[in-house]
Design a protein around this ligand. Structure first.
Ligand SMILES: Nc1ncnc2c1ncn2[C@@H]1O[C@H](COP(=O)(O)OP(=O)(O)O)[C@@H](O)[C@H]1O
Ligand SMILES: Nc1ccn([C@H]2C[C@H](O)[C@@H](COP(=O)(O)OP(=O)(O)O)O2)c(=O)n1
Length: 480
């Protein structure tokens, strides 16, 4: 192919710059010369799309990319009609998607929701290029029962509005899925139709192949950086200034940990499993303050952040955990501390949400880095997960009689979300959670928490110092 065949912008770029792999001048480097343009096209061919369905994502890619032995044609999910057209569109613009892309995607979702007729369905999904972990992008599929020009026009308008060069039209007919790439410039140039085939799910959900692809935080700095990227979001500047005032710029987690002479105990669990009830009992028994997360200095911002995209929302809860850690370290110098939800909650809810669909089999495998406690966050000496059978939990929710949040309604409705959430809790490690059967009466749960779980199964990660603390914690109840 002659140089003239490349777009002029690329030619100028490639002649000027040395190769970014071998640093040879472009004329002598075979890798660099022409590679940028070609790579974009090749990569596009390898793109795998996924549509989220109740049982899990359906992964599909161009048939030409799949060797004959792997080819499985398109296995139509049972909830799909025999004939359907679906358009996929996304709002990511930058090569390394950051907060602005995620916010744009959530505005796109709002626009779609406001314009979708009753004959259409909206499905969530994503795309990625295998073996390129940072290529994960969320996208939306709009499903129509017929070939539909107004809908096509709407998708094109959305693509233009959100700065997309293209979108995809997929037609499902007679068990085949045919994809057409549509460029939005010049009124919509349609590329040749290609057959798509179902591909094997990757070994790990692609949202967890790269830390930037998901809303799970393993450091204070990442949460701060994410929020610094969206100063216009309501509450962000206040949150950043409170966090900067309460968390010293160069805090040392080891010295915070050493300060905790007294036990730090965390209670975790789904809503209405009895965390508040039990933390209050433990607090009284130990003359310990019961600390809640998010902590009071930022608690009033919770509702504002709960309506933000998951990345911004969990950055808020993450900063809450670090602010709380400072208070915990100060308190635990002189007395035990009991905490109602901490990092385990932030992380388990985030993982269960980011996985998006299916049951616990869709989670990243046990032992994956995403489940590990952050190296810069104060660790509790004891963390317990209260588990209650669903019938009792439902009755407790009813009994409590408070208005339900959107998430509580989701938890109630979505058995699958609950399964992912509980399993994510169980996979968290260092420290992992000790499971407490909290289905009994308040008295029984209190007794079993204090006397059985805490006594016999102190976590393996507890240091000698903390072990001594736990013994001191148990002393008053053993002598009751
Ligand atoms: N062991 C228990 N048996 C029966 N009811 C309980 C028990 N523990 C808590 N409850 C009741 O269940 C409801 C939810 O408890 P709560 O402690 O607020 O849960 P959480 O803090 O986990 O949301 C409250 O009305 C509480 O009185
Ligand atoms: N440290 C924390 C505390 C709560 N969260 C999130 C996790 C869920 O999305 C909600 C649950 O909060 P909710 O107020 O419903 O919980 P309880 O009523 O205390 O059981 O908050 C968090 O991410 N990190």
């Amino acid at each position: 192919m002659s140089v003239g065949a490349f777009p002029s912008r690329f030619v100028r770029y490639s002649l000027r710059k040395p190769c970014n792999i071998c640093y040879k001048p472009p004329q002598t480097c075979r890798r660099r010369f022409g590679s940028k343009f070609k790579m974009a096209e090749d990569q596009d061919k390898k793109l795998v799309h996924a549509i989220e369905t109740e049982s899990g994502p359906i992964y599909f890619s161009r048939a030409t990319q799949i060797s004959q032995k792997d080819a499985a044609s398109f296995s139509t999910p049972k909830e799909f009609p025999d004939f359907a057209v679906f358009y996929s569109v996304s709002a990511y613009r930058s090569k390394n998607p950051r907060v602005n892309d995620i916010r744009a995607n959530s505005r796109l979702l709002g626009d779609i929701g406001n314009n979708l007729g009753p004959e259409h369905a909206l499905l969530h999904g994503f795309s990625f290029i295998p073996e390129q972990p940072d290529t994960f992008r969320k996208q939306f599929f709009i499903l129509s029962p017929t070939v539909n020009e107004p809908l096509n026009r709407f998708v094109r308008e959305m693509a233009v509005k959100f700065g997309q060069p293209e979108y995809f039209e997929h037609v499902l007919t007679e068990g085949k899925l045919l994809q057409t790439r549509v460029e939005v410039s010049d009124g919509g140039t349609r590329h040749e139709e290609e057959e798509m085939m179902t591909v094997e799910p990757p070994p790990c959900h692609p949202a967890f192949l790269h830390p930037d692809n998901n809303a799970v935080f393993h450091s204070y700095n990442r949460a701060m950086n994410i929020l610094r990227e969206c100063p216009d979001v309501e509450g962000v500047s206040e949150l950043l200034s409170v966090a900067s005032a309460l968390v010293p710029g160069t805090f040392n987690v080891a010295s915070l940990q050493e300060k905790c002479e007294h036990p730090v105990i965390v209670l975790e669990g789904l809503d209405a499993t009895g965390k508040t009830t039990l933390t209050e009992r433990l607090g009284k028994m130990l003359s310990a303050p019961v600390l809640q997360s998010p902590p009071p200095p930022i608690r009033h911002l919770r509702e504002v952040f709960d309506s933000q995209p998951e990345l911004i929302r969990r950055a808020y809860y993450t900063l809450g955990n670090y602010i709380l850690a400072m208070q915990v370290a100060a308190e635990a110098q002189t007395r035990p501390v009991v905490i109602d939800r901490f990092w385990h909650s932030t992380t388990a809810y985030s993982i269960a949400t980011e996985v998006g669909c299916g049951d616990e089999s869709q989670l990243p495998p046990r032992g994956h880095h995403v489940y590990t406690w952050p190296s810069d966050l104060l660790k509790p000496h004891l963390a317990m997960l209260l588990m209650v059978n669903e019938a009792s939990r439902g009755a407790r929710l009813e009994g409590r009689g408070m208005g339900k949040t959107k998430e509580e309604i989701r938890l109630e409705k979505s058995v699958l979300f609950r399964k992912r959430l509980v399993e994510a809790y169980l996979r968290l490690e260092n420290p992992s959670l000790q499971v407490v059967n909290a289905s009994g009466s308040k008295e029984e749960v209190f007794a079993s928490t204090v006397q059985e779980k805490a006594v016999s199964k102190a976590p393996a990660t507890v240091t000698a110092n903390a072990n001594a603390s736990i013994d001191r914690f148990l002393a008053p109840c053993n002598s009751r």
